[in-house]
Design a protein around this ligand. Structure first.
Ligand SMILES: Nc1ncnc2c1ncn2[C@@H]1O[C@H](COP(=O)(O)OP(=O)(O)O)[C@@H](O)[C@H]1O
Ligand SMILES: [Mg+2]
Length: 419
């Protein structure tokens, strides 16, 4: 959505800040802003490789409502320039965590630092943080341009500077033509772009987004995901993004933090989470997964032998505290289940219960002798009619065994396991 020429002028407009009449940077009143925050530093986060992970820190942060733990002993570092997503089911503590960073909620315990300084005593407007919410939260009586100008006005930016900066922010989200309209005269996607321009126009150190695309239809949402990612790359601004949509998280993020019951159960790059989930919950939440129950027969280093209910056995990677006799949940990705021609440490006969053609691949529902049905993703050309018996298998490395039914411990520090 942004051409290269446009890109450099936008970068200048939003990150370098045109000199004002007073010689001050454009974003006034926000403390430390501008180039330091907005340009992507060499030590920033690229493809999940994070260097400066201390730009934002949560240190032993808890949030309780009465006896209810909304967020449990959270320890988390966020890198400058990083796109970090909080992903988890509804009620898992994502918004509460984001709101403590924004300053809308105070931690019951612990410290949050921004650029090395505690934000405990800073009200939201002094944190220099841009916010985008699901419901846009635009001022209905103001024009698009006035909505976007608002953060600059409250920060007392020089008048001569406001107009050009608003236009540049609107150009970035391709809405300059609509600057005189009222929010009600725009579609949902356009309103969310206005909210985005408003969140970025004052060169915030950090932008927090809480399910910003949740109200948009699927196609527009996917389009906006790409735009957001481009804007992030262009400006190098640090983004903390909340969603319950795993594909959205995987598409945009440098790293993803998986929330469950008020705790981060795992944090890592999208591919690390997909390939090396640390818990059965993460394996099920990210991507497609076959979950099988079993009992551990033997443990050998980081591998184990697991009995399925019908006496079939499989070797698996032992993840976490796996002991002989313990109940485990096995996880195997549909695309890691292979046919007879390919290398596998474990082999089974299965009956094809159903086949769904998807154009570039097909999905088989394959029933093991014990009755468990596996989803298998195979190439589009294999002919496997329903009712046929086939050979299936997987490698030990592609089957993960997790302790069954483990809930996060309320008493231990919640650092997430960094993968
Ligand atoms: N003001 C509040 N008072 C009591 N409980 C709250 C309050 N705000 C949030 N909660 C509870 O805290 C938990 C986490 O909420 P939230 O952070 O909004 O979850 P998420 O954003 O992951 O859906 C939920 O169980 C929610 O009901
Ligand atoms: Mg929420």
């Amino acid at each position: 959505m942004v051409s290269t020429g446009q890109r450099s002028s936008l970068r200048e407009a939003l990150t370098e800040s045109a000199p004002s009449a007073t010689g001050q940077p454009g974003a006034v009143g926000g403390g430390k802003t501008g180039a330091a925050a907005a340009s992507k530093p060499a030590g920033g986060c690229e493809n999940g490789k994070q260097v400066d992970a201390r730009f934002v820190e949560f240190i032993d942060v808890e949030k309780r409502y009465g006896h209810f733990h909304a967020v449990r002993r959270l320890n988390l570092g966020i890198g400058r320039g990083e796109f970090l997503t909080f992903l988890g089911p509804s009620g898992s503590g994502k918004t509460t965590t984001l709101n403590m960073l924004a300053g809308f909620e105070r931690p019951s315990q612990g410290v949050i630092t921004l650029d090395g300084k505690s934000v405990d005593r800073l009200p939201p407007y002094e944190r220099n943080i841009g916010m985008v919410f699901q419901n846009y939260a635009l001022f209905p009586h103001m024009s698009v341009a006035d909505n976007v100008a608002f953060p600059l006005s409250v920060r007392k930016a020089p008048k001569a500077e406001i107009g050009p900066r608003v236009i540049r922010a609107l150009e970035m989200v391709k809405l300059e033509r609509f600057k005189d309209r009222k929010p009600t005269q725009l579609s949902g996607g356009q309103q969310q772009r206005v909210a985005l321009a408003r969140a970025l126009v004052f060169q915030p150190t950090l932008v927090l987004m809480d399910e910003p695309l949740g109200a948009l239809d699927k196609k527009l949402r996917e389009h906006m995901q790409i735009e957001l990612k481009q804007i992030h790359e262009m400006l190098g601004v640090t983004i903390v993004y909340v969603t319950h949509d795993q594909s959205e998280a995987l598409t945009m993020s440098d790293r993803v933090a998986i929330f469950e019951n008020g705790a981060i159960v795992q944090i890592g790059t999208p591919d690390a989470l997909y390939n090396e989930p640390a818990t059965a919950f993460v394996a099920g939440f990210i991507g497609e997964n076959n979950a099988l129950d079993g009992i551990v027969e033997r443990v050998d280093g980081n591998q184990c032998l697991v009995a399925l209910p019908t006496g079939l056995t499989t070797t698996a990677m032992a993840i976490g505290d796996i002991r002989p006799g313990a109940a485990v949940q096995l996880a195997v990705r549909p695309e890691r289940i292979v046919g007879s021609g390919e290398q596998a440490d474990n082999r089974f006969r299965a009956t094809v219960d159903g086949r769904i053609y998807h154009g570039n691949h097909q999905r088989l529902l394959a029933r093991l002798p014990g009755g468990q049905v596996l989803t298998v993703k195979i190439g589009p050309d294999a002919a496997t009619p329903a009712g046929e018996t086939i050979d299936l298998g997987w490698r030990t490395a592609d089957c993960r065994a997790f302790p069954a039914g483990v809930a996060p411990d309320d008493n231990t520090a919640n650092t997430g396991s960094v993968s």
